[in-house]
Design a binder for this molecule. Structure first.
Ligand SMILES: Cc1ncc(COP(=O)(O)O)c(C=O)c1O
Length: 400
């Protein structure tokens, strides 16, 4: 083996890969895992995934696919059966009217998002991204060579995004606007009126809207809404969906896109040169998820509402912590800036780092989502675990 010496030439990785950073959420998960391996009892509010198990009928469909040898390559964008199931579910739930050629399945919603951004965004293009944003949007746009133009929002106004706010950032280079309602990390939900106004404004200017609807079924306002119902503007819309959160299937990796056929066709071309089809067995399970009974989705939604109310009540009872009531997803985004300047804590990253190291509670610092004053807490866990974490936080804050 060649010894590594001072003379060893530095690794010459691509300029492209050096533009992006690893996901901030994954970093917290890794740090919490390390502590756990050392035997530390960590309360984990970091991971962004349901604590529920995948419903039994979906698991059974996968087992039966294995037993029936459904184990060959499929079409790159998924079987016709799966694409029809995606279109059908969306039409029933959101009054959309997509065709099979206007959808494709990918290896998770993140993969669909990655493909969509790579085929739409060119070097120098601008992408309007509301703050706070999910960690991956920024990096995926940068990987494509684009620049994110950040749209600041007001916490006191529920992080609201209006068409006027977006329009102020539009330039001749604007290619795309990203919406994510319900939002990761804030849980904020845009009203259907605000969404429609943004989409109309964008369509008038020939700008694409990419709507990440991975949490669309976890909407607690009783006004569940997808841009897919805005049929007149469909020529400029890309919808990203996922089975991960809706059916508690994060590890299965099945997401999808709904978009005009030329966009889907370009995304399939890219996918054909990377992963090819999502796992055949998972596709069978996904058909069952989408076409089978939907009660499981509502049961989980109602449970998340209870957990949300519990954790928000607990956080608001902590001195100095401000916390909006999230209307969707399974995150709360409390403002902890009242503690800056105490015991060496001067940022959300300092706060989250100290909270993990000293009180063994994992939460994601806001910097990864574009804000300095918050931490993200995932409440997709049991009420008992929420209580354990809240009690540790109470003692931690008292110690600062
Ligand atoms: C806003 C948002 N979009 C997309 C995804 C991707 O989910 P998946 O790749 O598991 O479908 C996530 C996951 O956390 C998310 O929070």
């Amino acid at each position: 083996m060649t010894p590594v010496t001072e003379a060893t030439p530095a690794l010459k990785l691509s300029e492209r890969i050096n533009r992006i950073k690893p996901s901030a959420t994954m970093a917290v998960v890794a740090e919490a895992d390390k502590l756990r391996q050392q035997g530390v009892d960590v309360v984990d509010f970091g991971a962004g995934e349901p604590h529920f198990s995948t419903p039994q009928h979906i698991k059974d469909a996968a087992i039966s696919a294995i037993q029936n040898n459904f184990s060959k390559y499929t079409a790159v964008g998924g079987t016709a059966e799966l694409r029809d199931a995606i279109v059908h579910r969306h039409a029933v739930d959101f009054d959309s009217d997509y065709r099979r050629e206007e959808t494709m399945a990918s290896v998770g919603g993140k993969h669909a998002l990655f493909n969509a951004i790579q085929v739409l965004v060119d070097h120098g293009d601008e992408v309007i991204l509301p703050v706070p944003y999910w960690v991956s949007f920024n990096d995926i746009v940068r990987y494509a060579g684009g620049n994110c133009v950040l749209l600041e929002t007001d916490e006191a106004d529920g992080f609201r995004i209006t068409a006027e706010m977006v329009a102020r950032l539009v330039t001749p280079r604007t290619k795309l606007i990203i919406l994510n309602s319900p939002s990761n990390p804030s849980g904020a939900v845009m009203s259907p009126e605000d969404i429609a106004a943004v989409v109309r404004m964008a369509a008038e200017r020939g700008i694409w809207v990419l709507s990440d609807e991975c949490y669309v079924y976890l909407n607690y306002t009783d006004r569940r809404f997808s841009v897919g119902s805005l049929r007149e503007q469909r020529e400029r819309l890309v919808i990203i969906g996922s089975l991960s959160k809706t059916y508690a299937m994060t590890g299965w990796r099945l997401g999808y896109a709904l978009a005009p056929a030329p966009v889907i066709s370009a995304m399939q071309k890219l996918q054909s040169q990377s992963t090819s089809n999502p796992t055949s067995i998972v596709q069978k399970a996904a058909v069952t998820a989408l076409k089978g009974p939907q009660e499981c989705v509502e049961e989980m939604r109602l449970e998340y509402i209870k957990l949300r109310d519990h954790v928000v009540g607990g956080l608001r009872a902590l001195p100095g912590v401000k916390c909006n009531l999230p209307e969707g997803a399974f995150y709360v985004y409390p403002n902890i800036s009242a503690y800056f300047g105490r015991s060496g804590v001067n940022s959300a990253a300092d706060f989250a780092g100290k909270l993990l190291r000293e009180s063994h509670v994992a939460a994601v610092p806001g910097e990864g989502f574009g804000t300095r004053d918050h931490i993200r807490i995932s409440y997709a866990t049991s009420q008992a675990e929420l209580d354990r974490g809240l009690e540790r936080m109470r003692r931690f804050l008292a110690s600062l």
